[in-house]
Write a protein that binds this ligand. Sequence first.
Ligand SMILES: Nc1ncnc2c1ncn2[C@@H]1O[C@H](COP(=O)(O)OP(=O)(O)OP(=O)(O)O)[C@@H](O)[C@H]1O
Ligand SMILES: [Mg+2]
Length: 737
Amino acid sequence: MAETHLSDEESKLGFSTVKFQADSALLRELGERLVGQPHIALAELIKNAYDADATMCTIVLDRDEIVVTDNGHGMTETEFLTHWMTIGTRNKQVRGVSRDFERNVTGSKGVGRLSAQFLAHKLEIITVPKEKPTQQLRARVDWDEAIQAGKLTEAEALYKLEPRGLSFPGGKPHGTRVIMRGLKQVWGAEEIKDLGRQLWMIQSPIARYGVLATEESDPNDFQVKLSSTQTQLVDTFDRQMRAALENYDAVITGELKRDGDVARVHVKIAFRAGKTYSESFEVPPLVDAARWHIRVFKLQGRQFEGVKVGDARDYLEKFGGIQVYDAGFRLPYYGVQQDWLGVEFDHSHRRNKSALLPDRLHVRRALNDLPTQGRLFGIVQIDTGREGRSAAEQEKDSGEFLKIQVTRDRLVSNNAYTTLRNAVRWSLDYYATRERLREEQNLDLRRPEEASTDKVSRISDLVTDVRRAYPDDDSIVELEREFGGLAQTVAQEREADDAARSLLGPLASAGMAALALEHESRKEMRIARGLLRKLRVVATDSGDGRVAEIADQVGAWVDRLESTRKLFAPLLDPDDRDHVEALTLGHVVRQVADNVAPLVVGVDISFEIPADIFLPAATFAEWNSLFQNVFINAANATLDRDVRRIRCVGGRTGRAAWVRVDDNGAGVDPEKSLHLFEPFKRELTISEERRALGLGGMGLGLTIVRMIAEQRRAKVSFIEPAAGWSTSFQMSWSSNQ
Ligand SMILES: Nc1ncnc2c1ncn2[C@@H]1O[C@H](COP(=O)(O)OP(=O)(O)OP(=O)(O)O)[C@@H](O)[C@H]1O
Ligand SMILES: [Mg+2]
């Protein structure tokens, strides 16, 4: 039989055949190119164990030896020869999934095991096939000799068959052990950490994951255990393998306990950031005891211990959700696939109010923060045996206790089950309310980590670099100029913000002092009126007209003094102080004018304001401070005028609404007026002695005006006054009517 595939024509033309020769340096090349890093090389062997349907794989790391043992299906002699001894075997690629569990296999190229030669000089493999667990195959490879052999076809491995002398992890009679002797690297914490990062994704989340009440095996059950005389390496490995589950945001723990006729649940929410909340509630006494521990994950933006967020998300999609363990045996029905707590349902129906929580715990839109299964990892522990024994006679008869179905994969769906389910769900809803509250608080407090000035100057530097690289590019030159401008604006804005913030302290204490004063003056006022009454009596008794006159003057003075207290009115009424709403402009300015009347005696204030203009939503107290400042400024400016006038005009221009406060005082040049809104700026051209009468005077008024306006998205400025007026202050805002 001809070994060649030469056609007659080719033979005639004098062709002869030759085979490709693989140099065994290719082995080394493959090994080193493939791996380059020892942790990836070692991980290949553990991935092979996973592909072989192992549920457990142990790695024993010693100073000069690494032994990897799995309890997978092992290899028959034929498989050893055609798969293990064939470089580039494609058996896994052909099947796509593993033999028994139909796991998605990690291997495909048929070269993974060759990376072992990168780890050690010598390799021994012992494998026992599931089909014939009485026999084991032992093979040895000396990588140095194999590579020296020259041609790959001549590289050798020795092997023999012998009676099985090994047992495998979990007491299984089949599996594979790979022993590497003469290590080429020293394994330290870094390498072990890296190994963990390669493997955590294929490991199931907890040791008892595979212990099922049904006594079946779970295809995803896979545990990797490292042991070593260097115990700190074991710790490092374990920590890294669990890292994805350590990156939680909050832990929900719950405990249900029955005591006689009552059953109570105690729930605790501990946020990683520090806060803890707890609540207790009563449930029907149909369950004797249950405990749960649920971790909630945010899975956003950041890496944790080298675990990518995307990988963590995939992992929880597979292993997440809330599982139920019955006396330590997992009920496989409950898990990420099964929405037994109805969280997915409520999400897809956009429910935002909990059906279970009492009213006092409700928080608006709380269920927006209800985590989906893919953000949860939790375990509920019960014991159906004990539930059966401890059930009351009546419940025993009616079957109302936690019971496992005959299929042993889930609980019987009765009222006891509903009690358990609701209690767990209650704790999730409670978590959602606390998270919602936290979120709301955070929104107010969130501050940029880096000062905007720093950021802008960094970008400016980059732009400058780019400009140097492309000095002739006009748009880059332009960009640099623009950035220069932006840097300046940002710096100014920051200065102004700082100045405004530095005002808050003094203002707050001034405000508190004013309130204390108001309180005191109320008492004094009562005393004054008492004395006045006595004075009137004396005036009548004595019949002296001068005393009556003095009594009237004092009376008028007390009334005036009394009315100054109105200044404080908006601060004293909680409704005015705290209630944010869209108030009508006309009412507000009239009310404020009335409140400040004692301070602006002798000024004629007129109003031209349509009734249907509404201010932006804010408290009355805010508008009171704003307009009070504007009115007092206007009144001060008119101190030198014979007829002192202020006019308030309201109106609309397009979609903007506005209010103007005009006065006939000393006048403000709108061009130069911007800086008047900065703290401590005053510019009053009125006479000395008159100025002594001026109110305010710290130069803070307009700063406060602008602060309040900006807070409510309104703009304030001085504009060109209408004929007959000297100054025109304007506030405008967008109105949607
Ligand atoms: N622990 C094991 N148990 C059973 N069979 C194994 C084991 N390790 C390797 N094998 C067999 O040896 C073959 C070669 O393994 P190797 O890791 O080199 O390639 P692969 O896993 O098929 O693909 P890849 O190169 O992508 O890892 C495997 O396809 C498998 O048939
Ligand atoms: Mg492989």
